[in-house]
Design a protein around this ligand. Structure first.
Ligand code: KG4
Ligand code: ZN
Length: 342
């Protein structure tokens, strides 16, 4: 079955065609970063309007790129939530409408399930069961995964998500939006130990996270390090980026280690935008080795938002006979645990 996937939950329009027999056929991504960068964050109304402009042309493009006919498509999957409601509604309306027009089953996919299953697109996919660390701009969650739709939340962030903390620290350091990749790049030039930031909530039991205090600690360090004119020299900026990244990575690694121990599982997957972070991957390789476990992640372009993960997740559910009625679904808030198993 060939499934068209459509992702429009935030600031990326992603479309892809996934074939259950041949794997990913093609994917196209349009990033709105240039539109939002001048404001230092995503402007929801501008995001919705741009998804309207881009989604249909991208669908035509991906069909051409895959070298298939529209009539070869057997199902449509779109991101139904969580995300920005206006942005979601664009993908939902387009997805539901083309599904009806083409007379094929259509399904609304949970964005975080898409991320969680993205490592399945790789040549060597993980096998169930596993522990998943979901680290994106909106979510930081540890999930026990027994199979598709069989998710138990082990812990989550009580305030900022890991990616959000990267973006806010990037802003404080004067870096472009979104800050994550820029902070990571700057951190490479920094020296370990020049700035040591707290590892929040690691000295108490449990698997929840909190990153807002860490962000405040960075703000305080910046205000103490600036000169009389309020300027921060380049070396100190890099050292702060390094100290911040190390604190986030160490915190995530401690909680992943606990989650592996608590569940007795031997597979850890990381997904979502922050899973593209090389420092995180390197440290977690050491963490899993201590547990005689294995680490899996998607290639960088499938860590951040994309249509391929939605096409894959939707395909699995459509193959299991699940499909939506004619309702156009957009759920800005939606728990992973509420999803049906397949
Ligand atoms: O999954 P994603 O594309 O969108 C959401 O669902 O939120 O994640 C985007 C987040 C942003 O906060 C971005 O700064 C962060 O992922 N990110 C990174 C890196 N690449 C993207 N954070 C740290 N290091 C990276 N290399
Ligand atoms: Zn995402």
């Amino acid at each position: 079955m060939i499934v068209l996937g459509i992702e429009t939950s935030c600031d990326e329009t992603g479309v892809a065609l996934y074939d259950s027999a041949r794997g990913l056929l093609a994917d196209c991504l349009y990033s709105q970063i240039d539109i939002h960068a001048q404001y230092g964050g995503v402007i929801p109304e501008l995001a919705s309007r741009d998804h309207i402009r881009k989604t249909l042309p991208l669908i035509s493009e991906v069909i051409d790129k895959a070298g298939i006919k529209q009539s070869d498509i057997g199902g449509v999957a779109y991101t139904a939530g969580p995300g920005l409601v206006g942005a979601l509604l664009v993908g939902a309306a387009v997805g539901r409408s083309v599904g009806m027009g083409w007379d094929v089953p259509t399904i609304g996919v949970h964005h975080m399930e898409g991320h969680l299953l993205a490592p399945m697109l790789e040549e060597l996919p993980p096998e169930f069961p596993f522990v998943a660390l979901l680290v994106s701009g909106g979510h930081t969650q540890l999930v026990q995964v027994e199979g598709i739709g069989r998710y138990s939340l082990l812990g989550e962030s009580l305030d900022d998500a890991a990616g959000e903390a990267f973006d806010k620290v990037g802003k404080m350091l004067g870096l472009p939006y979104p800050g994550g990749p820029h902070v990571a790049k700057l951190a490479l030039q920094g020296v370990t130990g020049k700035f040591t930031f707290p590892r929040p909530m690691t000295n108490r039991s449990g698997l929840d996270f909190s990153f807002s205090g860490l962000k405040t600690a960075v703000r305080t360090a910046i205000s103490e390090a600036v000169d009389a004119d309020g300027n921060l020299d380049d070396r100190q900026r890099a050292d702060i980026a390094r100290g911040f990244e190390e604190a986030v990575v160490a915190t995530l690694a401690i909680k992943c280690s606990r989650a592996l121990q608590q569940t007795g599982m031997h597979t850890l997957i990381i997904a979502g935008g922050v899973s593209a972070n090389l420092q995180l991957r390197e440290v977690l390789e050491n963490t899993v080795a201590k547990h005689k476990a294995k680490l899996f992640y998607a290639q960088p372009r499938f860590c951040t938002d994309n249509g391929a993960m939605i096409a894959y997740a939707g395909c699995q559910r459509l193959l299991a006979g699940q499909a939506d009625d004619l309702e156009i679904r957009a759920q800005p808030r939606w728990s992973l645990e509420a999803l049906p198993a397949i």
